[in-house]
Each structure stands twice: as structure tokens, then as C-alpha cells.
Design a protein around this ligand. Structure first.
Ligand code: FES
Length: 140
């Protein structure tokens, strides 16, 4: 029996979550290799089209992760991201994509342990959801 290994695209803020990922690495913490990090300057610059494109290009899950509310280096970028994710979670099921495939988290720069833990949890949850159906990608 082959086990499904999901591919997860993670848009991570340069100032917080990316730094936490770096810290996890330098602390020799392990996290699943299924995560593909895309460093952005702020979660507020993650256009909803990036999320849709990630699913179209084969992602089984998408994560957006940045600074905690109030800590955004661009004042309110993470609040913009939160509003966009809320909207996307309403839209995705209309295209047959389970809204649980999209996650938003806040992981601060010093949260390397939390980063590794959330990545493990995310991969396990996406594995339970199973692969995206290839024909759904054609519909969108
Ligand atoms: S700078 Fe990190 S979310 Fe805006």
C-alpha cells in the first residue's frame, strides 16, 4: 500500500514565520519535507490568485503564515490576509476544494518549535483529506 504524501505550499512572511523556519532549521528541529516555503515580505501581499494558482498547479494544501496580529511590519498586512483567507474559504468549496486545505497561522520569529509542530500537524491533516482530484483542477 502506498501512502499519500501531500504537497503543501506555504506563503510565509519574511519577518516572522520565515525566521521561525530558519530558527527551526538552526535548532535542528525536523519537520516534514512536504512543505514548500515561499518567502513573501508580508502575508498582506499574498494575492488570492496565488492561492488558486497553487491549487491549480498541484498543491494539496496551502498555508499562509505571518506575524501575530499587531506585530505586522507593514501595520495591517496580516489583517488583510485574514480577510482574504475568510473570503477564499467561502469560495473554494464552490469549486470542489475543501476549505480545510487552506490554513492561516501566526508564527512569530522566535517560535521555531511551534513552526515545526504546526508543519507536522498540517501535513497530517492534509494527508487525511487525501489528494486533490486531478479532474477538479481542470474544472477551475
Ligand atoms: S510583516 Fe509579517 S505579516 Fe506583515
Amino acid at each position: 500500500m502506498t501512502s499519500f504524501e501531500p504537497t503543501i505550499i506555504a506563503f510565509v512572511c519574511n519577518w516572522c514565520t520565515y525566521t521561525a523556519a530558519d530558527l527551526a532549521g538552526t535548532s535542528r528541529l525536523t519537520y516534514p519535507k512536504n512543505i514548500r516555503l515561499i518567502r513573501v515580505m508580508c502575508t498582506g501581499m499574498v494575492d488570492p490568485q496565488y492561492v488558486i494558482k497553487a491549487f491549480l498547479e498541484g498543491a494539496d494544501g496551502v498555508l499562509i503564515s505571518g506575524c501575530h496580529p499587531g506585530d505586522c511590519h507593514y501595520i495591517n498586512g496580516n489583517f488583510k490576509a485574514r480577510r482574504r483567507v475568510k473570503l477564499l474559504k467561502e469560495i473554494l468549496p464552490r469549486f470542489g476544494i475543501d476549505a480545510r486545505r487552506l490554513r492561516l497561522t501566526w508564527i512569530g520569529a522566535s517560535d521555531g518549535i511551534q513552526f515545526a509542530g504546526i508543519m507536522g500537524e498540517l501535513v497530517a491533516q492534509t494527508r487525511e483529506l487525501g489528494p486533490m482530484l486531478p479532474d477538479l483542477r481542470m474544472v477551475i
